[in-house]
Design a protein around this ligand. Structure first.
Ligand code: FES
Ligand SMILES: [Fe+2]
Length: 397
């Protein structure tokens, strides 16, 4: 991969100030691909429950790199680069589907669902000396799976997934039903007019201030905690919420939307944010994994995948679908409000200066890792990791 030149961003010495130019500079955006998206990080690209049957596949793009994730006839999961090994044509265009062969339209090379090159026109007659099918299987990035969540890394330097996830593994497991035995119930997609870091900077402080739905659930009174991984600043939030006094009857015409059926309300919600892009939440009974990808310096695509647990009754599945589609995604109470703020962050970031963090901020970069449910300071360790990864020096350093 080429090395993108990026002129330095001068970073304030005060760790709680983030220069706004990193949200809007195209050269920074390009350099982030090489150093972060294709750098030593693991990126979730799908959950195994999205491809439950033999032959199921999903395509995804990591940065600009096309991927093909599938399940073979023996039930094994693969991740391939979604590119023909002949001249590089994108192989599969569908977002999801089921197929045991992938055929390239350009010169009709055909691959099995295990990635083997199976046929070429007229049995490869006239091909170069030494050609054989087994020299041209589909190529693969590094892949690892945690409780069904499929991760990809494009760097050989990425540590193993277990150490990469560090302290937040348990939160991630809890979000995915405790064991990752999930059943896909649907998708929603959003394209936000915001730089990926603006999307990912979404904090717990804003929850009850921007979102009425969190106010109803006494978010600000919650005594929950946030665990932050020291290495990369992954954040695992375990928050407390409590249902409104009259179960929401005075707030909503159909208050069943606010019911906790599968979850103990005192457990509130779980949110995990893995550096750089992945977010997963369990709010109420909603199990939601968000696969995001930057489209341009000012646009971010997010695929919201919703799940039930394999052991759910049909009624519970129905409840999860209703709750998920009314709270999250492009037409959900919460997400619409986020989308409006995201685009205003992007507009505001064109003006010079810094984003200033305040809630929970102390005089030094947090080292005790003791964050409260409503702090925004938990974001700062990931910002520090970002700064170091990008090679931006602090003023006077
Ligand atoms: S590029 Fe795929 S068959 Fe030629
Ligand atoms: Fe929000």
């Amino acid at each position: 991969m080429s090395t993108h030149q990026v002129s330095p961003v001068v970073w304030p010495t005060r760790f709680s100030q983030i220069p706004k130019e990193v949200f809007v500079r195209p050269d920074v955006f390009e350099a982030e691909h090489e150093r972060i998206l294709y750098g030593p990080e693991w990126h979730p690209v799908a959950h195994a429950a999205e491809i439950p049957n033999k032959g199921d596949f999903k395509t995804f793009v990591l940065g600009k790199v096309p991927l093909l994730i599938n399940r073979d006839r023996d039930g094994e999961i693969h991740v391939f680069f979604n590119t023909c090994t002949h001249r590089g044509t994108q192989l599969e265009m569908a977002v999801r589907g089921n197929s045991l062969t992938f055929s390239c339209p350009y010169h009709r090379w055909s691959f099995s669902e295990k990635g083997e090159l199976k046929s070429c026109p007229r049995k490869a007659q006239g091909y170069s000396p030494g050609f054989s099918y087994d020299k041209y299987p589909l190529k693969r990035p590094r892949m690892a799976i945690f409780e069904g969540l499929i991760f990809v890394s494009l760097s050989e330097e990425t540590p193993d997934l277990d150490s990469y996830l560090g302290d937040v593994k348990q939160t991630l497991r809890e979000i995915m039903g405790g064991d990752g035995r999930l059943k896909l119930i649907g998708y929603q997609k959003a394209r936000y007019d915001v730089n990926w870091k603006g999307y990912n900077d979404s904090d717990s402080y804003h929850a009850a201030l921007l979102h009425g739905a969190f106010r109803w659930m006494n978010w600000e009174g919650g005594q929950g905690t946030q665990i932050v991984d020291r290495q990369r600043g992954h954040i695992g939030t375990s928050s407390q919420m409590s249902p409104p006094a009259d179960k929401g009857a005075s707030l909503l015409k159909d208050a069943s939307l606010l019911e906790f059926k599968a979850t103990d309300p005192s457990e509130g919600s779980r949110v995990i944010k893995l550096f750089p892009l992945f977010v997963a939440v369990k709010h109420f009974d909603v199990i939601n994994l968000r696969f995001a990808n930057p489209i341009s310096v000012g646009q971010t695509d997010v695929q919201y995948a919703y799940f039930a647990h394999e052991d759910d009754s049909p009624e519970m599945v129905q409840h999860r679908i209703r709750q998920a589609s009314n709270l999250l995604g492009p037409c959900g109470f919460i997400t619409m409000e986020d989308a409006a703020v995201f685009s205003r962050i992007q507009i505001g970031s064109q003006a010079p200066g810094c984003a200033e963090f305040q809630k929970g901020v102390t005089d030094a970069l947090p080292v005790d890792m003791n964050f409260k449910q409503n702090d925004e300071s938990s974001q700062l360790l990931r910002w520090d990791y970002y700064r170091r990864t990008m090679g931006f020096q602090q003023e006077g350093a």
